[in-house]
Design a protein around this ligand. Sequence first.
Ligand code: AMP
Ligand code: TRP
Length: 327
Amino acid sequence: MPRVFSGIQPTGELHLGNLLGAVRNWVDDQHRADSFYCVVDLHALTVPKAPGEVAARTLELAQVLIACGLDPEVCTLFVQSHVRAHTELAWMLQCIASVGELRRMTQFKDKSARNEFVSAGLLTYPVLQAADILLYDTDEVPVGDDQRQHLELTRDVAERFNARYGDTFVVPRATIPRAGARVMDLQLPGDKMSKSAASDTGTVYLTEDLSAVAKKFKRAVTDSDGEVRYDPAAKPGVSNLLSILGAATGRDPEEVAGAYTQYGPLKADTAEAVVELLRPIQARVGELRADPGATTALLARGAAKAESVAEDVLARATSAIGLLPRA
Ligand code: AMP
Ligand code: TRP
């Protein structure tokens, strides 16, 4: 069985892009692979947070992930800061990665340009991500396509480490889903759907009121040529609706396009498909919120399972580097 690892930050609410671009594939993968899913709370610290905020969001995210179908009996679901090996390996890998390659990361360039205070953690963020992945002898990393570059860096760091210290890490690869890989903003279809958009009108949150969700689809930006056709470059708004409806109903966007001649019915059907996708998720989130202790207990078990794998790999790295063992 292949080993799968992925991580998600507890910053802001999950939206439809996260579900279709990432979480849905995790739910499928857990049945065909030995899967580890991590709420990466330490990554969230790269941008300052109020005390208490991270804990609350970490719990909330774990509940939403379980509600989306991650089954802690099937996969290993845990919180990054609960397994110390992540920060320890991250340090070792910081001594393998170069400042130059980290400065070239698009996400760093974007985020450092937008923030007045740029923490060192924002720069070394992809190294902690590499540690997350390499600690589990990961074969596959299912992520949205914005993470491609971080995965390339992880591979480079693993290969450099292996070349310097001998074969230690499995070199992982990204698995990027095709349909729904990139969900775009409903108002600005040239931008990807994001929690940090200037306006919320183009972002659909998983726990948002369902009538508000339907409204957002009915107001989605299309274009004025009136033809239903999948062509993301020329028709970003319509193509986004086609790919969302396709992803929600298990079809190719081109195939979906063949079933419509007008924008109105396409919007209405997309709204309905998304509402029906979210309804059971929201019901389950409600149940989990009523009993937070049940989720924290599941996360503790997940951390214990993760730790037993991570400690072995960390010991392998430590001995490859040649640190003096504690007697
Ligand atoms: P983020 O919300 O940026 O922390 O991303 C969490 C996960 O969701 C990552 O695997 C992203 O690649 C994926 N993701 C975020 N936004 C989108 C989007 N608009 N479309 C598809 N995948 C996304
Ligand atoms: N950087 C990823 C993101 O912003 C989150 C992440 C952290 C991750 N560690 C990871 C993703 C390990 C995959 C594997 O989405």
